[in-house]
Design a protein around this ligand. Structure first.
Ligand code: NDP
Length: 403
């Protein structure tokens, strides 16, 4: 029977995922888009159908995904086989609860983060393992680019190129320019919470903590050039540390331009990035949410962003008793993405793997039941799908290492 997919969220990432589902109508003959405002879902439906000429049937609905009962009801009424959660990390647990109640599979791209604490970790979602296994459904966590593709690269490297991987450096380079002095490429609130938090990396079985932006390196990225990159805490480190046996160190670096950093420092210094509520003219407001409202909407950056992203992983380890280094990466062009789906490359590199993750479960290429991080599944069908659906990857067997 034709499978039905409920997509929650209709922002930048969901916009790409919906276009990609439309291009892949054999696997996605019927989707529903639901978010707080139905008009935005309707607009996305019209754009995706016009751009792709797809036969995918798209319906839309208004939904507050924090309301577990309403989400469960919508899943059942629509008859969804799978829920693709492309809303915000705050909604993850509520949507996982609704999937449990309705008995359908779950996919997301970012791990749960409580709204009042800028701390993301997997413990809350891993706590659902037994319940998902008991009900016989699957949750696939982190099917974006990072986490997501970088985690699949790690599983692929281990499966085909290494007996043991000892060091992983995940490098996320956005060489794009949108022409604004300051804007974020995905949800500003989530982005600023992530980059203003303390950094950390995994070494010798424990976390090493750093000050925000304390560790800086320069790297020469293929098709982008030399960029400064900074060590950040990132969620895939937590699961890769468990799922890559013999690992000694995992670090995550992201590139930032000087204008972004100077603006961020200034906003921090005046208190605009705080998530502590303040009283303003009789209202409680959260400064970071107010800041989000005045910043450019990431989904409006598509037409004006030029340049490329280069995201991948450098692996160091051993094969047949000999040391081996390997770099697997993808390069994505902002303007090419815009021409294809009307979005810039940061949304594209997340929306494509979100569609592929959903496809892995819908086709039975990946099977549960339980709660899984993406690197726990066989990487091969996902790697093939990346090449087919717009994120081709490159293997460099002689990479320059990060010191
Ligand atoms: P946007 O802010 O553009 O979109 C978020 C969407 O969620 C909006 O459509 C919003 O609808 C909807 N939403 C928010 N709250 C609710 C709610 N209570 N009920 C229903 N819908 C809701 O975000 P992005 O598209 O940039 O990011 C989406 C997700 O992707 C985030 O979780 C982000 O962390 C993740 N991400 C993952 C990456 C990866 O590589 N793994 C990279 C980039 C992003 P409305 O405005 O109507 O409330």
């Amino acid at each position: 029977m034709a499978k039905k997919t409920l997509i929650i969220g209709a922002g930048g990432v969901a916009g790409v995922a919906v276009h990609k589902c439309c291009q892949n109508s054999e696997i996605f003959p019927d989707i529903m888009i639901a978010r707080s405002t139905k008009e935005k879902c309707d607009k996305l439906r019209e754009e995706a159908l016009a751009r792709t000429g797809s036969s995918t049937k798209i319906s839309t609905a208004q939904l507050d995904a924090m309301d577990v009962e309403a989400t469960t009801k919508l899943i059942k009424e629509y008859g969804a086989d799978l829920v693709l959660n492309l809303a915000l990390p705050y909604q993850d647990l509520a949507i996982m609860d609704a999937c449990l109640a309705a008995g359908v599979d779950y996919v997301d791209t970012a791990n749960y983060e409580p709204e009042d604490t800028a701390k993301f970790e997997y413990k809350w979602q891993w706590a659902y393992r037994d319940r998902y296994r008991d009900v016989g459904i699957t949750a696939l966590l982190g099917s974006g680019f990072d986490p997501g593709v970088t985690s699949v690269f790690s599983a692929y490297a281990l499966k085909h190129y290494f007996d043991e991987i000892h060091y992983i450096d995940i490098l996320d380079c956005n060489g794009g320019d949108h022409g604004y002095p300051f804007a974020t490429n995905f949800n500003p609130e989530i982005n600023i919470r992530e980059v203003s938090a303390q950094g950390s990396y995994w070494e010798d079985g424990q976390w090493v903590h750093t000050q925000p932006m304390e560790i800086k390196r320069e790297y020469d990225f293929a098709q982008v050039g030399k960029k400064d990159m900074y060590l950040l805490h990132h969620e895939e480190i937590e699961s890769l540390a468990l799922n890559i046996p013999g690992i000694k160190r995992i670090r995550f670096f992201m590139t930032f331009g000087q204008s972004y950093l100077t603006h961020l420092k200034c906003l921090e210094n005046v208190g605009m990035t705080s998530i502590e509520p303040i009283e303003f003219e009789g209202h409680q407001i959260i400064p970071l949410q107010f800041l989000k409202a005045v910043l450019p909407d990431p989904s409006s950056l598509g037409p004006r962003t030029v340049g490329k992203t280069n995201i991948g992983c450098i692996f160091q380890g051993v094969k047949d008793g000999k040391p081996r280094n390997l770099y697997i990466y993808n390069v994505c062009d902002h303007q090419e993405c815009y021409k294809e789906v009307g979005s810039q490359a940061v949304a594209y590199t997340t929306g494509v793997p979100a569609m592929i993750g959903a496809m892995m479960l819908l086709t039975g290429a990946w099977k549960g039941p339980g709660v899984f991080n993406i690197e726990e599944f066989d990487p091969d069908p996902f790697m093939d799908a990346l090449n087919k659906w717009g994120l081709p990857w490159v293997i460099d067997e002689n990479p320059v290492l990060v010191d």
